[in-house]
Design a protein around this ligand. Structure first.
Ligand SMILES: [Zn+2]
Length: 227
């Protein structure tokens, strides 16, 4: 046995918080990247509570992600725990617990897209950190309260176009500040846009709509940031 036993955190912590798109595929398991990055073996087998193998990931990828998360935390001045969650439809989200602990979660499918492209990872982390910094979740929380605590409908949990644009913008600036290439944000959106054409392949697009317009805006921003 070369696999390291890393137990999944109970996902209840995430269920009790405001996530940004629980109407999409809900993750059941989560693992802390800070812990995965310390793995003594290269291939980490992620298992569910019945010991069924869910995914094998690379420790190297976790080390890279942890490093990107640390430098993006510094640039954004936001402390958040980076989690890997299960899920077949590419997705990421930011959440805050009632005790004000911030989380960013990247699911299996999106993890495969990002692979070890750290410019892309920095853009993704930056975007989600920006949702936290700009309290976009708080706005959703208020919407939900106004709707008498009904379950999260798409309308409640989808960020507005303005929220998305602001998160892209701030995330890209922090990524450049942290030493990453702003083109990572463009590359990420291009990948997600490709997926958006297949409705079954991504739920990230439900909460974070991808479009040619968004890609164009990011390209122009990346050009300006690289001057
Ligand atoms: Zn977003």
């Amino acid at each position: 046995m070369h696999s390291m036993a890393i137990k999944s955190l109970l996902i209840t912590i995430l269920i009790s918080v405001i996530t940004t798109n629980t109407h999409a595929e809900s993750p059941r398991y989560s693992w802390q990247v800070s812990e995965l990055a310390r793995s003594a073996v290269e291939k980490i087998r992620l298992r569910n509570d019945q010991d069924r193998l869910l995914k094998t990931i690379s420790a190297k990828q976790m080390v890279y992600l942890y490093a990107a998360m640390s430098s993006m935390s510094e640039a954004s001045e936001i402390q958040a725990e980076l989690l890997i969650v299960d899920g077949k439809l590419a997705n990421a989200f930011a959440a805050t617990t009632e005790e004000n602990h911030h989380f960013i979660a990247i699911n299996f499918a999106l993890l495969d897209i990002v692979a070890t492209d750290m410019d892309m990872a920095a853009a993704l982390i930056g975007h989600e950190l920006a949702h936290l910094k700009l309290n976009h979740g708080e706005i959703n929380k208020k919407n939900i309260t106004l709707n008498h605590g009904k379950d999260f409908s798409a309308a409640n949990t989808r960020y507005s176009r303005d929220n998305e644009r602001d998160a892209d913008y701030l995330g890209a600036i922090w990524a450049v500040e942290a030493g990453y290439d702003a083109d990572g944000a463009v590359a990420l959106q291009e990948e997600l846009y490709k997926l958006s054409k297949n409705i079954n392949a991504s739920s990230f697009n439900v909460s974070h709509p991808s479009s040619i317009e968004r890609i164009t805006v990011l390209k122009s921003l990346a050009r300006r940031l690289q001057k």
